[in-house]
Ligand binder design. Sequence first.
Ligand SMILES: C[S@@+](CC[C@H](N)C(=O)[O-])C[C@H]1O[C@@H](n2cnc3c(N)ncnc32)[C@H](O)[C@@H]1O
Length: 286
Amino acid sequence: MFNFDLDRAQKSLVRWVGGKSRVLPRLIQYIPKESFSCYVEPFVGAGSLYFALHPKKAIINDNNIELINTYRVIKDNKDELIELLETFENNKDFYLKLRALDREEDFINKYSQVMRAARFIYLLKTCYNGLHRVNSKNYFNTPFGSKTSVKVCNSVHITKLSQYLNEHETLIECGDYMNLLDKIDSNSFVYMDPPYAPLSRTSSFTRYGKSNEWAYDSSQQRLLSFCNELNKRGIKFLQSNSTAPIIYELYKNYNIITFDSIRTVSADTSKRGYLQELLICNYNVK
Ligand SMILES: C[S@@+](CC[C@H](N)C(=O)[O-])C[C@H]1O[C@@H](n2cnc3c(N)ncnc32)[C@H](O)[C@@H]1O
């Protein structure tokens, strides 16, 4: 089965919007009790659950090209990455110069994979709040964080991540989650943490990358068709999502578990409470 390690989970690659480290103990409760041959995470982000589970074999995927390039470089080329990162300076001028590289024509082919991975890690370490954000042209646009205490190159952490990716036989894919259907075998377990459905038509939603496709119901309907296909093939899946009415409606034929996730703090005591999240799965849970 799996071997859950919360300490390891807290050491994800980067902080990521929607990261799951806070709710990991809750997620772990609902992982299938039977063994599975391969763990699949189609929207891996910072991969909190992947790094916690120690699967023997895994497929991780995301459509964020820079994120996936970074995982691949850490797996295959960590020494060059560490060497380059050690030369990077934590100051605003250096930050702005590195941040501007993705505005250059043919950025992806112009710079080496190692250079792009070092830039990605550096920007996330030194930017404001440590959070990845891009504008509508897909240019990284988080301001400089001005934190003098940041360790730009944590070689021990990068080495541990590299070992983890190699020891757990991980296939690292980059693209739309639908492309994984051909790669998932029937004894796999799939955990999905997609961008959440907005709670209402007027509420804000979290954009990942330049596209706002996940603001629309059609994206959640498309994800349902992916889940239906997994179900048809007898593949167990677990999905996190918001408590938006459309999610209850779309997944009415599956098991839905509602739980309190973040404690909200407000000056107005009547508005204090818990924000709820859903877990959806196609197997029995106690
Ligand atoms: C909520 S985050 C995942 C958070 C992650 N589970 C963690 O613990 O950090 C959603 C991820 O889905 C990715 N994404 C958005 N649309 C996608 C698509 N069509 N195919 C694959 N990945 C996608 C985003 O780049 C983002 O990293």
